[in-house]
Design a protein around this ligand. Structure first.
Ligand code: SPQ
Length: 437
């Protein structure tokens, strides 16, 4: 089977109302915590993307009864923290870093051995960031000589809580260690260099597990407690909304409302950065949904200007940079990003792959070791390669709104990992996109 290609005709504007699919980070955690809880957890708004389905299948393979997903509804019969069973073979996490890193924390505390593997991209991503601190807690966990998956996790180890300073701002590493901390003797305390998404902390509390927060960078759990099943309403994913926030900002005449978007302050860096660039984004009807802040976002076209992106916003917008680079390409003047070396170890090297694509479209984009400098200009058309990275494929699709001729994007199959139905939703909003199999 050949990989699907997006072909997007130039121009147009985005209009109307749209609800993008459920939040990926929250959907993963809902399956994990629901499985480890005592009692039933009902999830609505679940993201039926390949990444979250990989998490769901892994828990089924470990004996958890899960009904759905059916139109975003999933019912999980929790087995309790000690109720998982050994799977028949390796657990395949596909393209999903979140599944592999968070589950390694859970599996380090089990009585059985397990192997975690993934696709060509995931097996290149760095895993020492989780295997080293887990080993310090007493886990038996092996990787390849390069510190990559497959991860072999030995069962039957008694874990002990640690006090750990994260070397990089990573919600996945923080979450992995907090989850291992549920199985550890004593307190597991994690300090991050800068605040990152706090869905794990919020959701643990939602499942009635006590979490101690000390300031905005330290969080602790004590092992030996229990999670109680609950109801989770997953908001629309701000990382998926980001393509449309950028698209409507750059396309003259656009006026779009994105409904029920998760606006947890640890995720809204993209709104702050776009506003600094001059974007017109309004947060309407703010409310709470299952412990997470939610709002409708109205975005209208506005001329953008280049900026120096403030360092404190980088971890709060980490997945939105491919889309933000397109905004920078359409802005007046120069945009400078630094302190974002983590972008080089995502599903692709997002700095290099975006620089290559923007350059192919006639934009001056100079990668640096920890960021990029982009000078706004006129986007030509042409062919770009997403290198199998879902966020890059969707970012270049949106760029066509301001291109002179059509943009062809190669290797788009992985859009299904986070945003099933992207092409249809984007077409309904006004993007002239076709998907060729
Ligand atoms: O799951 P995966 O593949 O790592 O997904 C990405 C994405 O762009 O969808 C990153 F490539 O999101 C991560 C995010 O970058 C999801 C995440 C989470 O749910 O905890 C945290 C971030 O990763 P990290 O490495 O900064 O902790």
């Amino acid at each position: 089977m050949t990989d699907p290609i997006f072909v997007v005709e130039p121009g147009g504007a985005l209009h109307g109302r749209a609800r993008v699919p459920g939040d990926k980070s929250i959907s993963h955690r809902a399956i994990m915590f629901g499985s480890l809880a005592e009692g039933v957890t009902t999830i609505t708004g679940f993201l039926e993307g390949e990444d979250c389905l990989a998490t769901l299948k892994a828990f089924r393979a470990m004996g958890v009864h899960i009904d759905g997903p059916e139109e975003g509804r999933v019912v999980v019969q929790g087995v309790g923290l000690h109720g998982l069973r050994a799977p028949d073979g390796p657990l395949d996490m596909g393209n999903s870093g979140t599944s592999m890193r968070l589950m390694s924390g859970i599996l380090a505390g089990q009585a059985f051995d397990v192997v975690l593997t993934g696709d060509a991209s995931l097996t290149l991503r760095p895993m020492r960031r989780v295997t080293e601190p887990l080993a310090r807690m007493g886990a038996r966990i092996g990787s390849t000589a390069r510190g990559t998956a497959p991860l072999r996790i030995g069962g039957g180890q008694q874990l002990t809580g640690i006090d750990y300073e994260l070397p990089m701002a990573s919600a996945q590493v923080k979450s992995c260690l907090l989850l291992a901390g549920l199985y550890a003797e004593g307190v597991t305390r994690i300090t991050e260099p800068a605040p990152t998404r706090d869905h794990t902390e919020r959701m643990l509390e939602g499942f009635s597990y006590p979490v101690t927060r000390e300031g905005d960078r330290t969080v602790a759990v004590t092992g030996g407690g229990r999670l109680t099943g609950t109801e989770i309403d997953v908001p629309a994913d701000i990382s998926s909304a980001a393509f449309f926030l950028v698209g409507a900002s750059i396309a003259p005449g656009s006026d779009l409302v994105l409904e029920h978007v998760g606006v947890n302050p640890t995720r809204t860096g993209v709104i702050d950065i776009l506003r600094l660039m001059g974007a017109d984004i309004k947060m309407l009807n703010p409310r709470l949904a299952g412990g997470e802040p939610v709002a409708d976002l109205r975005v209208r076209h506005a001329p953008l200007r280049g900026i120096r992106i403030p360092g404190n916003l980088v971890p709060l917008a980490i997945d939105e940079f491919p889309a933000l680079f397109v905004a920078a390409a359409c802005a007046e003047g120069e945009t400078v990003l630094t302190g974002a070396e983590e972008l080089r170890v995502k599903e692709s090297d997002r700095i290099q792959v975006m620089a290559d694509g923007l350059t192919a479209l006639g934009i001056a984009a100079a990668p640096t070791p920890d960021g990029i400098v982009i000078r706004g200009g006129a986007l030509s058309g042409g062919t770009v390669d997403s290198r199998g990275d879902h966020r890059i494929a969707m970012s270049f699709a949106i760029a066509a709104l301001r291109a002179k001729s059509s943009i062809r994007i190669r290797d788009c199959a992985n859009v299904r990992t986070s945003f099933p139905g992207f092409a249809t939703l984007a077409r309904n909003a006004g993007l002239a996109i076709r998907e060729l199999a």
